[in-house]
Design a binder for this molecule. Structure first.
Ligand code: SAM
Length: 216
């Protein structure tokens, strides 16, 4: 498939999957129209990269459905000066979306193979403001804290306390929480030492495995 064909598929994806479901932030829509999602999936799945579903990326993991990426990103309300932490690098597609919308992104992945591939891919595609770290992201990244926004792209039984502690005043955090089989998107906003909590749509994510996630 040619570059132009992928560009058209992306435009259709944004219209029919993202705008049609109510995501309206123009900066998020712009990022999704620009970022070559097909470059973040294995070669044999590239023709399916703009379909309305998650796809396998190897190591038993997935790249999330485009709509979920768009919705979670919109819920972060990113500003161009923000520093962002992502937990669950996977393919690095979400990290690339964050990189377009914020100043700096640190993304943590527990599987070394995925972290290495993600890092290479981000360099190749020119996303210079992202750092990939290997480790247990349920504990966050204390040496980089505080963060203006934190996004967890794996499901936790509850929002990990370490991540709440690493959120800057006024910071936003989005994390799928609930049972292992299905969750809802939890959004926290830090107000001093308190957190405003809202729940968005139901969703299904792979588990966050680690000290403040699910047991491995
Ligand atoms: N954001 C990714 C993307 O754009 O492709 C999709 C993430 S995938 C749904 C969830 C990822 O979280 C997997 O790659 C998994 O290995 C990772 N993960 C699970 N537990 C983790 C932990 N404690 N710390 C860091 N990463 C973790």
């Amino acid at each position: 498939m040619s570059g132009d064909q992928y560009t058209r598929q992306r435009a259709r994806m944004v219209e029919s999957q993202i705008i049609a479901r109510g995501v309206h932030d123009p900066r998020v829509l712009h990022a999704l129209r620009e970022i070559p999602r097909h470059r973040f999936v294995p070669a044999e799945l590239q023709p399916h990269a703009y379909e309305d579903r998650p796809l396998n990326i190897g190591c038993g993991q997935t790249i999330s459905q485009p709509y979920i990426v768009a919705l979670m990103t919109q819920l972060l309300e990113l500003r161009v000066t923000d520093r962002v932490l992502e937990v669950g690098t996977g393919s690095a597609y979400q990290a690339a979306v964050l990189a377009v919308l914020a100043a700096e992104v640190i993304t943590i992945e527990r599987q070394e193979t995925l972290a290495e591939r993600a890092s290479e891919r981000l360099v190749e595609l020119g996303y210079a403001n992202v750092t990939v770290v290997t480790g247990d992201g349920s504990l966050g990244y204390p040496s980089g804290a505080p963060f203006d926004a934190i996004i967890v792209t794996a499901a936790a039984p509850r929002v990990p306390p370490s991540l709440k502690a690493q959120l800057a005043p006024g910071g936003r955090l989005v994390c799928p929480t609930g049972a292992r089989g299905f969750q809802s998107l939890t959004r926290l906003v830090r107000k001093g030492d308190d957190f405003e909590e809202h729940h968005d749509i139901r969703c299904v994510f792979v588990p966050l495995l680690g000290k403040e996630g699910w047991e491995e």
